[in-house]
Design a protein around this ligand. Structure first.
Ligand SMILES: Cc1cc2nc3c(=O)[nH]c(=O)nc-3n(C[C@H](O)[C@H](O)[C@H](O)COP(=O)(O)OP(=O)(O)OC[C@H]3O[C@@H](n4cnc5c(N)ncnc54)[C@H](O)[C@@H]3O)c2cc1C
Length: 222
């Protein structure tokens, strides 16, 4: 039995798997997609927003915690857990050396386009290179990776994780990290979430889904 079962194969899952493995745990990661489509929506990303109080390699000037926090509030309309948000904001100023150790490379933002050189660190090679670096590092560290392994059910006892089911198999572990994304490619749920507009139309019917097709929200209601 593994110490940690990680469900999902994007940025959150890979970071959890790497950190657990670095701490000495045995880790099994289950990714719903085939190997060539691995990496979830994380493979489509381009950059990481980073707090910093002074210039840092690819980042110019400063982007202090308070400004990041206020920017976040503008996006979420205040629907934000301040404690968690500030934890993430602060970690964004120190996480890049860890990312580099796992093979992620950064580049300055392109001049003349959006002015992101102060706030955002760009991944060299984009999100696909980011997740490929993490997968490579996970393999080197001995994380067990299984593709084509969509988890369709979790078994809980007294609110605690016991096992997950993938391809009809029951997989037990001492702990589980659920990092299987949201329901960004589930058309029916998007329709329900966005509702009808004043003209009686369903805006979600016209959405172009640019991300992974594997985020169906299967485990969201577990
Ligand atoms: C086109 C695009 C561009 C973006 N650009 C940026 C950007 O530049 N910067 C930024 O910060 N954010 C960006 N985002 C948002 C960012 O992609 C997400 O916030 C982030 O990737 C979420 O990471 P995650 O690990 O939670 O989910 P994901 O990366 O989506 O990973 C979810 C994983 O779970 C797997 N999975 C799903 N269901 C199951 C199941 N039942 N069993 C097993 N595995 C399952 C999927 O296959 C996938 O590997 C962008 C999003 C898109 C779509």
């Amino acid at each position: 039995m593994h110490d940690v079962l990680v469900i999902g194969g994007g940025n959150a899952a890979l970071c959890a798997a790497l950190m657990a493995r670095e701490a000495g745990a045995s880790v099994l990661l289950l990714e719903a997609s085939p190997r060539e489509w691995r990496g979830g929506n994380s493979q489509h990303t381009r950059n990481l927003r980073c707090m910093h109080d002074e210039p840092q390699d690819v980042l110019v000037d400063a982007y202090p915690e308070e400004e990041f926090w206020q920017d976040l509030l503008k996006v979420t309309g205040g629907n934000t857990d301040e404690q968690l948000a500030r934890l993430v904001i602060r970690a964004s100023s120190t996480c890049r050396p860890w990312m580099r150790r796992h093979g992620v490379r950064f580049q300055p933002s392109l001049a003349g386009t959006l002015h992101l050189s102060r706030t955002n660190a760009f991944f060299m090679g984009g999100g696909k290179a980011l997740v490929n670096a993490y997968y490579r590092s996970a393999e080197n560290l001995g994380v067990e990776l299984r593709y084509d392994s969509p988890v369709d059910r979790l078994e809980l006892r007294d609110g605690r994780f016991v096992a997950a089911y993938a391809n009809g198999r029951r997989i037990e572990a001492r702990a589980c990290v659920l990092a299987s994304g949201g329901f960004e490619s589930n058309r029916d749920w998007l329709r329900e979430a966005w509702g009808q507009n004043e003209r009686g139309e369903w805006p979600a019917d016209n959405f172009l889904i640019r991300g992974t097709r594997f985020n169906q929200g299967v485990l969201s209601s577990t």
